[in-house]
Write a protein that binds this ligand. Structure first.
Ligand SMILES: *Cc1c(COP(=O)(O)O)cnc(C)c1O
Length: 383
């Protein structure tokens, strides 16, 4: 089976993990801060907090921004469930903003309209979570302007967008948001097996997230309520979790970061090849804004909805691991039980009915890619 995504592990990656295995600290050693420093310097953000998943990063980012009962978080329905679940973890409500059918990202126009309505009913969101779907950056300048007008906070879900750029600025620089979170799951751009990271330029948010990652405990005297009664002293100042990344993971992450540029280049080369090979095929190819640099996590095409299932099953039958991103979050049974319904976010639903993600990962061979296009073309002709 040609998978839709796959990690790329080098001998240097293995050596980096092995070195940690032979060292004194498998966790809470020096590899995590080293990875955080390297990541934040690469992107140009002041603070990085590495955690055990992007889901955890979303959770502690919401808590650090004060999200709680009575508050609302808005995100895109065209995302993985974690982008919305983080609000429910905090006891807050979730709502969605429909996507732009061209970019497949949260529509700034739909957001502006929904904010206007929410203002009149006094139900403005506290946090908006734009998701850089497939690695293609959202229109952050527009969303940022709306944040200034309506006073909400922004967490960028950049799980797909490690190495992406908005104009000349790296995704995560914090120009347009309070926090940016990344995922290092093996299908994503770089991997730490499981893992995630939050970037911010605000020291207070970085400190809060660092506490929440590790039981709400601090060893910094200036943050303590009492004077330390000895060198062993620490204080729990918040109700935190164990969301720590291990040093094994961080060493892998740092080694993978050194390969990031090559990964993104390979994804662009392969995507351009798909673009060229699919000219004339009855499919819509994914949008890429000329001014931005997508990280190209996915290559999602749209086919006629009446044929999508047949085409998908045919390709799977040919050992091609196509996938669908995403079942709109509001249509998940858990969210339907909260009151969401079919028809609430029609653009996300229409896209879902037509979506197929073709295999895309740095080591995808041109021969395998040719097979994908050949079989896709055959499926579209016979379906
Ligand atoms: C993968 C993903 C997540 C969750 O990442 P984990 O590291 O697996 O927790 C969140 N949001 C989006 C958009 C994702 O693709």
């Amino acid at each position: 089976m040609i998978p839709y995504g796959r990690q790329s592990i080098s001998e240097a990656d293995i050596a980096a993990v092995e070195a940690v295995l032979r060292s004194d600290f498998l966790t809470q050693g020096s590899a995590v801060p080293a990875f955080e420093r390297r990541f934040s310097e690469m992107v140009g953000a002041a603070h990085a907090v590495a955690v055990n998943s992007a889901t955890s990063a979303l959770h502690i980012a919401c808590l650090a921004l004060g999200l709680g009962q009575g508050d609302t978080l808005w995100t895109s329905p065209n995302t993985f469930v974690a982008s919305a679940n983080c609000a429910l973890y905090c006891g807050a409500d979730v709502d969605f903003v429909d996507i732009d059918p061209g970019t497949l990202n949260m529509s700034p126009v739909a957001l502006a309209e929904k904010l206007k309505r929410a203002e009149s009913t006094g139900r403005l969101p506290k946090i908006v979570v734009p998701v850089h779907f497939a690695g293609e950056p959202c229109d952050m300048a527009a969303i940022h302007l709306l944040a200034q007008k309506y006073g909400f906070r922004i967490i960028e879900d950049a799980s797909h967008a490690v190495g992406g750029r908005i104009g000349n600025e790296a995704v995560g620089s914090g120009r347009y948001s309070d926090v940016t979170i990344f995922s290092f799951h093996p299908v994503k751009i770089i991997t730490t097996a499981e893992g995630g990271l939050a970037l911010t330029n605000r020291q207070d948010l970085a400190e809060r997230m660092a506490h929440l990652r590790s039981h709400g405990i601090t060893r910094a005297p200036d943050l303590m309520c009492e004077a330390p009664d000895g060198p062993w002293y620490y204080e729990q100042i918040a109700l935190g979790f164990n969301y720590r990344m291990t040093d094994l993971q961080a060493a892998l992450g740092a080694s993978q970061l050194g390969r990031l540029e090559a990964f993104i280049e390979a994804r662009h080369r392969l995507a351009a090849r798909y673009d060229a090979l699919l000219v004339g095929a009855p499919v819509a190819r994914p949008y890429r804004a000329p001014a931005n640099h997508s990280a190209l996590h996915l290559y999602p095409i749209r086919v006629a909805s009446a044929r999508r299932k047949e085409v998908f099953e045919y390709l799977r039958g040919q050992e091609i691991g196509v996938n669908v991103h995403y079942i709109p979050v509001h249509l998940q049974p858990y969210y339907r039980a909260l009151g969401f319904r079919q028809g609430d976010f029609p653009e996300a639903e229409r896209y879902y009915a037509e979506a197929i993600s073709l295999p895309l990962f740095p080591a995808l061979s041109e021969a395998d890619q040719d097979k994908v296009v050949r079989e896709l073309t055959a499926a579209l002709e016979t379906a």
